[in-house]
Design a protein around this ligand. Structure first.
Ligand code: AMP
Length: 283
């Protein structure tokens, strides 16, 4: 079943709460694939009721990004959710979420702003304001759905760390459940944006996975120096790749590592055919 209106969803949730049912929320932007499905399955398993939100959130896109062309496949998404045992697909319009006009502006809208230390690096560096948009919409979804559990993918690891921080700092009564990255057999991490890649681009995109897994192999062999580990990446790159960042950071607070350890995550962002791809691996 699909619901577009906040009030309608609220009524239903109220009745579920009265019955003492647990609620899981899986926030998405739609164009669902097996990565999303793994979160959905986890929620359906763990919770009495699962809500999947499908909302291409305008305020998390920066000027010049792919807001207009972002894939929208609501019918297929709804079918996939129904087959997976989801109770409700919540698909509000931007107007339903933010009201008319001025939606991109924090002059007229209350934002939730994550700490600067968490957003001034990795994806936040090139996508200025992105995580403000993410935290604002996720906070709104938490308030609307009041879930017991919310499921987020490790694919967007910086996002996951920032959401956990927000939940902790603002005492939001929800448990965040992290879910491992789902990959194609080739190793490419599933992403709705992979649809923008040509067949050849998909092959070129395997470089992210190769760089990360090679770093992990080197780390397991005893190389801990981050400079040395970073250097191993360069032999994989060619003219079809534009590296945005390759960074080693602490898995809890995103502090930079000079020497890798078991709390280190290696983050990569790289452009292929003008498509921005991200991936990460835990050492
Ligand atoms: P999105 O629709 O891209 O905003 O993603 C919605 C949720 O699905 C986020 O928590 C993502 O981290 C998660 N997700 C997307 N792709 C994957 C993947 N390949 N593996 C695991 N989780 C994913």
């Amino acid at each position: 079943m699909i619901i577009h209106q906040i009030e309608e969803l609220r009524k239903l949730i109220k009745s579920w709460k009265k019955e003492g049912l647990t609620i899981g929320l899986v926030p998405t932007m739609g164009a669902l694939h097996n990565g999303h499905l793994s979160l959905i399955k986890k929620s359906v398993e763990k919770c009495d009721r699962t809500i999947v939100s499908v909302f291409v959130n305008p305020i998390q896109f920066c000027p010049g990004e792919d807001l207009e062309k972002y894939p929208r496949t609501l019918d297929a998404d709804t079918k996939l959710c129904e087959d997976a045992g989801v109770s409700i697909v919540f698909a509000p319009s931007p107007k339903e979420m933010y009201g008319e006009g001025h939606i991109m502006s924090n002059d007229f809208l209350t934002y939730v702003i994550p700490p600067f230390f968490y957003v001034n690096k990795l994806c936040g560096k090139s996508r200025v304001g992105h995580f403000d948009g993410v935290c604002t919409v996720v906070n709104k979804l938490f308030n609307i759905v009041q879930p017991d559990f919310a499921f987020f993918g490790e694919k967007d690891r910086q996002q996951l760390i920032i959401i956990k921080k927000m939940v902790h700092d603002l005492n939001i009564p929800v448990e965040i459940i992290p879910c491992p990255i789902v990959r194609e057999e080739s190793g490419l991490a599933l992403s709705s944006r992979n649809k923008y890649l040509s067949e050849n681009g998909k092959k070129e995109a395997l470089v992210l996975n190769r760089i990360l897994f090679n770093i992990k192999t080197c780390y397991n062999k005893g190389i801990k120096d981050v400079e040395a580990l970073t250097e191993t990446a360069y032999s994989f790159l060619n003219a079809n790749h534009t590296l945005e960042y390759l960074e080693f950071r602490d898995k809890n607070n995103l502090e930079e590592k000079k020497v890798a350890d078991d709390n280190t995550i290696v983050f990569i962002a790289l452009h292929v055919e003008n498509v921005r791809l991200i991936d990460n691996i835990e050492l």
